[in-house]
Design a protein around this ligand. Structure first.
Ligand SMILES: [Mg+2]
Length: 227
C-alpha cells in the first residue's frame, strides 16, 4: 500500500497551493457537530421511529450513526426515509447550536479565503444546519458554497462522489483541481471516486489508522501549524 505522509506541513502547503478550490467536510474539519447533542442519542430516536413503523432495526454495526440509519430507512421505505430525513434535519439544526469549533479551522478558512480562491463545505449534514453554524460563528464570509446532503436522496451522501462533484461544478473547477479535507473514510472514498486530491484529518485517536488505510494524499492530526 502507498505510504501516507503524516503531519507533513510542506506537503500540506503544496497541496493547497496547487488547488483552485478547497472543499471542506463539515463535521470534524469545521466543528464537532454533536459535541453537545450526541449522535447516539439522535440515532436512538431514529431507531425508535423505525421500530414504530414496524420495520426491522439496523444492524448493530450501523446503529449509532444517524446518517447510516437515514440511508437504511430510505432503503426500507421511501415514506420512512422522508420521515427520518425530516427528524434528522431538525436534530442537526438543534445540535449545531452546541457544536464546538475545530481548533485552527477558522484560521484555515480565513487564510484560504484571503488567497481569493473559492471554498465550499461538502457535507452529509443538512444545509440549513451548516449555514446556521457558519453564521453563528462569523464564518459565512469565508464560504462561497454549501453542498449539504440532498434531502430527496440519501444514497447521494458520501461515499457517493455526487456532493463533491456538485461542489466542484458550482465553482466551474475540474475535480482534479480541487482539494478535499475530510475526517471519515467516506470522505476519502468520495474524493477518490471524484478524482479529487484528499487530505485526511484525524482529529481523534483511533481514526488515524482507519483513515490511513483509505490512502489519502496526506494525513493531518491537527490544523494548528507548529511554530
Ligand atoms: Mg466529517
Amino acid at each position: 500500500m502507498r505510504h501516507v505522509p503524516v503531519d507533513d506541513w510542506v506537503l500540506f502547503r503544496r497541496l493547497l497551493n496547487d488547488a483552485d478550490a478547497l472543499l471542506l467536510d463539515f463535521d470534524g474539519p469545521v466543528c464537532s457537530v454533536f459535541a453537545g447533542y450526541p449522535a447516539p442519542v439522535i440515532a436512538a430516536e431514529l431507531r425508535t421511529l423505525i421500530h414504530d413503523a414496524g420495520q426491522p432495526p439496523p444492524s448493530e454495526f450501523d446503529a449509532d450513526d444517524p446518517h447510516t440509519i437515514l440511508g437504511y430507512a430510505a432503503e426500507l421505505s421511501p415514506v420512512l426515509g422522508r420521515q427520518i430525513e425530516a427528524v434528522l434535519q431538525t436534530r442537526e439544526i438543534e445540535a449545531v447550536a452546541t457544536a464546538t469549533p475545530t481548533p485552527g479551522a477558522a484560521e484555515l478558512m480565513a487564510t484560504w479565503h484571503a488567497t481569493g480562491r473559492p471554498l465550499a463545505i461538502v457535507s452529509n449534514n443538512t444545509t440549513d444546519a451548516i449555514t446556521r453554524y457558519l453564521t453563528a460563528h462569523d464564518l459565512s464570509v469565508y464560504i462561497d458554497h454549501v453542498q449539504g446532503r440532498d434531502p430527496r436522496d440519501p444514497t447521494l451522501m458520501k461515499p457517493n462522489p455526487h456532493l463533491v462533484a456538485e461542489a466542484a461544478k458550482a465553482f466551474d473547477v475540474d475535480t482534479g483541481r480541487c482539494v478535499l479535507i475530510g475526517d471519515s473514510a467516506t470522505d476519502i472514498q468520495a474524493a477518490h471516486a471524484a478524482e479529487v486530491p484528499v487530505i485526511a484529518y484525524a482529529n481523534k485517536p483511533g481514526k488515524r489508522d482507519r483513515l490511513i488505510r483509505t490512502v489519502p494524499a496526506l494525513l493531518l492530526t491537527s490544523f494548528l501549524v507548529p511554530d
